[in-house]
Ligand binder design. Sequence first.
Ligand SMILES: Nc1nc2c(c(=O)[nH]1)N[C@H]1C(S)=C(S)[C@@H](COP(=O)(O)O)O[C@H]1N2
Ligand SMILES: [Mo]
Length: 157
Amino acid sequence: MRLVLLLLLAAGQVYGQDLTITRDNAPATILHHDDWNAFRRIDVQAKDKDGLTHTFSGVAVSDLLQKAGVAMGAQLRGANMAQYLVVKAKDNYEVVFALPELDSVFTDRTVMLADLMDGKPLPENRGPYRIIVPGEKKPARWIYEVRSLAVHVAKDE
Ligand SMILES: Nc1nc2c(c(=O)[nH]1)N[C@H]1C(S)=C(S)[C@@H](COP(=O)(O)O)O[C@H]1N2
Ligand SMILES: [Mo]
């Protein structure tokens, strides 16, 4: 009984953080880790800063965006091509992706939001969620402790 409680507490600490997905002029989508069961899980092998290959497991960012109502796939054309994604972390670090970088119609490189590394939850100071960009030579966009994904539309100055 006590062990079960401890395990629940530990899981809560790892995955208690919500993920917020927003797009201009639309209500926010807030995902708890339990909601992840509804998504297709994918595995990606990628090299970290030190050249070590790890297996990351998580959800394709494009699937998360689609769930929040962002136009992807066949709909990613015309005016929708001016959209971009800002990913923000606990330490306010931010990185940007153009939507085609995330879309399997445009690229075979699947950018994912990972919750597991080599089968285990990410370390506390790197989790619960981290962006993994396979094939990128420098992991500066492997943003960790991710809190939100926000899609905006680029506007002319
Ligand atoms: N939240 C957050 N994520 C971040 C950074 C950061 O400062 N804050 N630095 C990036 C940079 S520049 C690098 S090189 C890698 C380093 O990841 P590591 O310390 O896990 O090897 O994390 C990336 N993700
Ligand atoms: Mo870096």
